[in-house]
Design a protein around this ligand. Structure first.
Ligand code: ATP
Length: 409
């Protein structure tokens, strides 16, 4: 009996084979191709694998399988093809090549408000969507209160959906999709507009649904992807750049694409100038990006020039940011030390932090220079230096902390 149940649970719910979709960059040409395709299809010619002028692959040769309990994270740059793939999965658009086979009930949260009739109330839309998913009126009656309570829309459930805020539309959409016990759940981006309380609630619900559901989740939020997904697909201009169960590796590859090395001066009162900043390591530079091994010492060398009237050493706040521009660490400032000196209107100094345990990835440094005393700003610069921490395991969390394990008696 259990064996039978296991087999049943492991059936493939989503099978995608060699899926491709092309679009045309120009509307007129696209319409003309559409007419041509209509006639050539009637004659039995299918040139779907060839690109004509101004056409491009929005999705190219994508294949994957998902079983219950599996959640595929789809990541990639804007325009990579993620939403197009989801729309094909949900039957909203037809592919030019390949095949999608889906078993069971599909819940989808694809575009804000999509699937809702804007002039109908929230309550009426719940009935509509439930009916589309194959539920009877009685079944929907039984779920109605739970859906409304989950969406926290008790007060507004009889208001037309067109007057809902973005967050309210997502709440309603997710509540319907989640409470209708889908076999396959497709979620695009939309969770990003929910407030923190709702997002936490969604995580909780996704955790509860996952054992019995196959999910496809599109997001630009890597923390969300790594929290939810156990498979990952990194898309690049319609192609699959990485696909597999190593979610950390996919996320790491995604981050590597977006390294920026543009320095920005955010505030400058003209009294101090950063002449140079360097990372001191074993002189290893790859693609202009200094590298450190995980566990190396972080040594930075600064050279500042001061205007004549500045005689006291300023206060230096050095802040490290991760690949998503989240501040991950700040180095102790120099307020408590008197070792730094101003000499010939310059301050040269090295900063040392031993045994850097930031995990693998690219980091950037911002600096805030304050007048001695540490209150008035003199200079604030973002992204003065990028560096890469190298390690052989693919970890997206900001720190990989050195750890010791021992049996105890
Ligand atoms: N109906 C359409 N006609 C023509 N081009 C389209 C159409 N729909 C999407 N595209 C193009 O297909 C490419 C992929 O778009 P898609 O929306 O799938 O990207 P995405 O990865 O979801 O991007 P984002 O992260 O911005 O949501 C883009 O270049 C887009 O302009």
């Amino acid at each position: 009996m259990n064996e039978h149940k296991d087999r049943e649970n492991n059936e493939v719910l989503v099978r995608v084979e060699g899926l491709s979709k092309k679009f045309c960059k120009d509307l007129k040409t696209g319409l003309w191709y559409g007419v041509q395709d209509l006639f050539s299809n009637m004659r039995g010619n299918t040139h779907e694998r060839l690109l004509r002028p101004k056409e491009f692959w929005a999705v190219k040769d994508v294949s994957f399988e998902l079983r219950r309990g599996e959640c595929l994270g789809l990541i990639g740059h804007n325009g990579a093809g993620k939403s197009t793939l989801l729309k094909i999965l949900n039957g909203l658009i037809n592919p030019d090549a390949g095949k999608v086979t889906i078993r069971g009930r599909v819940g989808a949260l694809i575009e804000l408000g999509a699937g809702f009739n804007p002039i109908l109330s929230g309550r009426e839309n719940i009935y509509n969507n439930g009916a589309i998913l194959g539920f009877s009126r009685q079944e929907i009656d039984a779920k109605l209160e739970t859906i409304i309570a989950f969406a926290e829309l008790e007060e507004f459930i009889d208001m037309p959906v067109q007057h809902y805020s973005s967050g309210m539309k997502v709440r309603l959409g997710f509540a319907v999709a989640a409470q209708m016990q889908p076999d396959v759940l497709i979620i695009d981006e939309v969770l990003a507009v929910g407030d923190l309380g709702f997002v936490l609630k969604c995580f909780n619900t996704i955790d509860q649904l996952l054992p019995n559901t196959a999910m496809v989740f599109v997001s630009h939020s890597m923390p969300m992807v790594s929290r939810i997904c156990n498979q990952i697909m990194l898309m690049d201009h319609g192609n699959v750049e990485y696909q597999g169960a190593d979610v950390g590796k996919g996320i790491d590859l995604y981050y590597t694409r977006f390294a920026s090395n543009e320095t920005n001066v955010v505030y400058d009162d003209g009294s101090v100038e950063l002449k140079s900043v360097k990372l001191i390591s074993n002189d290893c530079v790859v693609n202009d990006l200094p590298q450190l091994n995980w566990g190396d010492d972080l040594k930075l060398e600064f050279n500042f020039e001061l205007k004549e009237h500045i005689i006291d050493v300023p206060v230096f706040n050095i802040i490290l940011f991760d690949k998503e521009q989240r501040p991950v660490a700040v180095l102790e400032n120099n307020m408590k030390t008197s070792v730094l000196k101003v000499k010939n209107r310059t301050v040269n100094f090295r900063v040392n932090h031993n045994d850097l345990q930031l995990s693998k990835g690219i980091y950037s440094i911002n600096i805030i220079v304050l007048k001695s005393g540490g209150k008035e700003p003199m200079l604030r610069m973002n992204n003065i230096l990028n560096f890469q921490v190298v390690h052989d395991s693919d970890i997206w969390q900001p720190f990989l902390l050195k750890t010791e394990y021992k049996n105890y008696v």
